[in-house]
Design a protein around this ligand. Structure first.
Ligand code: PMP
Length: 350
């Protein structure tokens, strides 16, 4: 870093994304991407004439995309905000609602503490229970913004909608942000609660269940007032935050409900098989509601297992952090990829 950098930024510890090797040599189970391609309708939408239109700016209001999302979730177009990945949506929300303090679990999406630091928000990080679940009581009437990933990462465990409703209802003067990046794989979405609670902001992504991680597209659903707040920041920062091709790709993906459902179902079925196979081998596996499993090998450290898999061409995610050093997070890949993952794991156990 240079000596010119602001002191507050010098103290920042940036987020470290999972490895993204570009050589295709790995079975990539480390960043919760979809093993399946985007909907065929996406390929049709991103046509040569549309690529030629890249000379023109994109629609700063991304109207066709916002309409498709509003229709799918049964909300008004003024209740939808779209961003460059849900990371951008989360960043705007931390900027908008971090005035006081923000409370989130000590083990959750690693970007939350980074955003808190970046925007100078005081963060209250609440430990999980011993079984890695979130205690809803920790988030009742808490006098600050609440951010909860539901299902949570990297555990894959979910709170029920009823538990979240209690949290939302007990914090009427605070925004409760529910990050539903993984909800399509089994969690109960809070979207039906939007009618009742003006302090609820639901954030979702196209990166997992809609197979568009590389397009960078996320969205928030909330009251028209909350959505206006996010737009205030966006239009003060980068009005064209979505490129033309992403707007088209996202619209096509959102409109192809059958394809979306079939991908989700395949991933859920593979997840059941992988969970069962790992448990048979003596692994501890949390009950995942997501497109990954969080698992602890019986007779090897998390790091050793991660490294052994890596040497055999399989990338998973491991964190050298207290409490979870013995664990790894494994994205659910295709049936073939997971067959290979289980075969290699069996070999390592024998
Ligand atoms: N929230 C959670 C809980 C995540 O795991 C991720 C993915 N790393 C994101 C948000 C961000 O996803 P994206 O920016 O690709 O939409």
């Amino acid at each position: 870093m240079s000596r010119y950098l602001r002191a507050s930024l010098q103290a920042l510890d940036p987020y470290v994304p999972g490895e993204q090797p570009q050589d295709q040599q790995y079975i990539k189970l480390n960043t919760n991407e979809s093993p399946y391609p985007p909907s065929p309708r996406v390929l049709e939408a991103v046509s040569t004439p549309e690529v030629e239109k890249l000379r023109l700016y994109s629609d700063p209001e991304a109207r066709i995309l916002v309409s498709a999302i509003a229709k799918r979730y049964g909300v008004g177009v003024d209740q939808v905000f779209v961003g460059n990945g849900s990371d951008e949506v989360l960043a705007f929300a931390f900027q908008a609602y971090g005035g006081g303090k923000v409370r989130f679990p000590a083990l959750s999406y690693g970007f939350y503490p980074v955003f808190a630091r970046l925007y100078g928000v005081s963060a209250e990080e609440i430990p999980l229970k011993e079984d890695f679940s979130i205690d809803p009581a920790d988030y009742l009437d808490c006098g600050g913004t609440v951010v909860l990933a539901n299902p949570n990462a990297p555990t894959g465990l979910a709170l029920s909608r009823a538990e979240l409703e209690e949290i939302i209802a007990s914090n009427p003067d605070q925004v409760v942000l529910v990050d539903e990046a993984y909800v399509d794989f089994g969690g109960e979405s809070c979207v039906p609660l939007l009618e009742k609670y003006g302090n609820l902001l639901v954030v979702q992504t196209f990166s997992k269940s809609r197979a568009l991680a590389g397009a960078r597209l996320g969205f928030a659903l909330g009251s028209p007032e909350l959505i206006a707040d996010l737009n205030r920041i966006k239009f003060s920062f980068n009005p064209y935050n979505l490129n033309r091709l992403t707007i088209l790709a996202g619209t096509a993906a959102m409109e192809d409900e059958d394809y979306f459902q079939s991908c989700v179902q395949r991933i859920q079925a593979t997840r059941s098989r992988v969970t069962e196979a790992l448990r048979k081998l003596g692994f501890t596996v949390l009950d995942s509601q997501t497109n990954f499993v969080f698992t602890k090998p019986p007779a090897m450290s998390g790091r050793a297992y991660y490294q052994a898999l890596r040497q055999r061409g399989i990338l998973v995610r491991h964190w050298d952090r207290p409490l979870i050093a013995g664990w790894v997070r494994v994205t659910i890949g295709s049936e073939t990829e997971m067959g290979r993952f289980i075969a290699v794991t069996e070999e390592l156990q024998s």
